[in-house]
Write a protein of this length. Structure first.
Length: 396
């Protein structure tokens, strides 16, 4: 491929044995949690966070496209990431956390969910409650994101985390701190109403305005769906075939097949609630929950505006699907038939973006060539949109 791509979803993957070096006390605690999880259900795969690893692997075409997990080049040392991007043919990359997602889950899960995913042992929390630990870790992670906010002159962009609070001013305050520190993207929780209200409520407008005015991208990502769906929905004998993901350890097919639902619901509130009408330059990325649902969601919202012509949403100057096309970008999984989604909904051709998910195993091996084989038959313009120009909206 001749053009340089952009990557809208990649990660750090600092292993449990090194977390204390980077995040202090909360890092040590999270490392012990990963160790306990590995004892509960030993993970022999590259997703295992409880490994001894140093960032020393040579950067070459085999290591960057085939090696996954904490041993992959620059999984730990982001100062090496620009070499990985150059080898991959990628210009800019959004870098999401790995462990901070897990820490947010630990703080927000029900006791049943925590036992299901992490084993239930809290002895390593050093007297902290799970929410207290989560808050401490997320603060340390955001500090680290600020310290690394301007790597490679903006080519590598770390995403800060904004946990949901009952007081939207708490969320706004942390966004301001991240913006002042140079962070260009924030990760919002999708599972519970922010500030105790709909994302479309006027009390949230200062938050959306802050992001819009500063050209900071809002994102929703897998890993924050634990309040949206009760984990008991997959508590059955037939759901005991577990597999490992850094964001959602000890998961199963039922959890993965529904991980988009919280984000679909959040997008529904934003679009039908008029947020993109009030904030036309608000940038939103939806990551690692698939792309299969996006076209049906856009068509569904269009349909209900016709069914309910007296609703506020039906009176906006644009259709819901048009707001999605203008304001929203989505990275499909690299095993999905994204070419079919584009063919089925050509009005959403500007929505879909390439991502590596590097160095997570869900990104699949040799993902760029796999996705190129799917979209290249659609023509040069669509190929350029998918690999580069669509993502420019999220990387101002």
């Amino acid at each position: 491929m001749k053009l340089l791509a952009h990557d809208v979803d990649a990660h750090e993957m600092i292993p449990s044995t090194r977390l204390g070096d980077y995040f202090g006390q909360p890092g040590r605690i999270m490392g012990a949690l990963f160790e306990a999880t590995d004892r509960l259900r030993p993970d022999p795969t590259d997703t295992n966070m409880h490994v001894e690893a140093d960032d020393v692997m040579e950067i070459d075409s085999d290591s960057i496209w085939k090696v996954k997990g904490p041993k992959a080049p620059s999984a730990i040392d982001l100062n090496r990431r620009v070499e990985v991007l150059d080898a991959m043919g990628i210009e800019k990359q959004l870098v999401f956390p790995t462990t901070a997602i897990a820490a947010m889950m630990v703080g927000g899960m029900t006791d049943f969910g925590f036992e299901q995913r992490f084993g239930g042992d809290t002895s390593m929390l050093e007297g902290l409650s799970r929410p207290e630990f989560s808050k401490m870790f997320l603060r340390a992670y955001n500090d680290w994101a600020i310290e690394n906010a301007n790597l490679a002159d903006g080519r590598i962009r770390l995403v800060g985390i904004i946990p949901t609070s009952d007081d939207v001013n708490d969320m706004i305050g942390e966004i301001k701190r991240l913006i002042d520190g140079g962070v260009k993207g924030v990760y919002l929780q999708a599972d519970v109403p922010p500030g105790g209200v709909s994302p479309a409520h006027s009390v949230m407008d200062p938050l959306w305005r802050l992001l819009e005015e500063n050209n900071v991208t809002a994102t929703l990502h897998i890993g924050t769906e634990f309040f949206f769906l009760d984990p008991r929905w997959t508590f059955a004998e037939t759901f005991q075939d577990l597999f490992q993901s850094p964001e959602i350890p000890n998961t199963n097919i039922g959890m993965f097949a529904t991980c988009h639902m919280a984000i679909d619901n959040y997008l529904n509130a934003l679009v039908l609630g008029g947020v993109f009408e009030r904030f036309p330059r608000l940038r939103l990325g939806l990551f690692e929950v698939g792309g299969h649902w996006v076209g049906p969601a856009a068509r569904r919202m269009d349909m209900y505006c016709e069914v309910f012509p007296g609703s506020a949403a039906a009176k906006y100057p644009m259709k819901p699907s048009e707001y999605v096309a203008r304001n929203v970008r989505v990275s499909p999984f690299n095993f999905e038939p994204v070419h079919r989604y584009i063919q089925d909904d050509p009005n959403l051709v500007d929505v879909f973006c390439y991502s590596t998910d590097y160095p997570h195993v869900e990104g699949t091996k040799d993902s760029m060539n796999k996705m190129l084989a799917k979209v290249e038959p659609l023509g040069e313009e669509i190929t350029a949109k998918f690999f580069r120009t669509n993502a420019e909206w999220l990387l101002p």
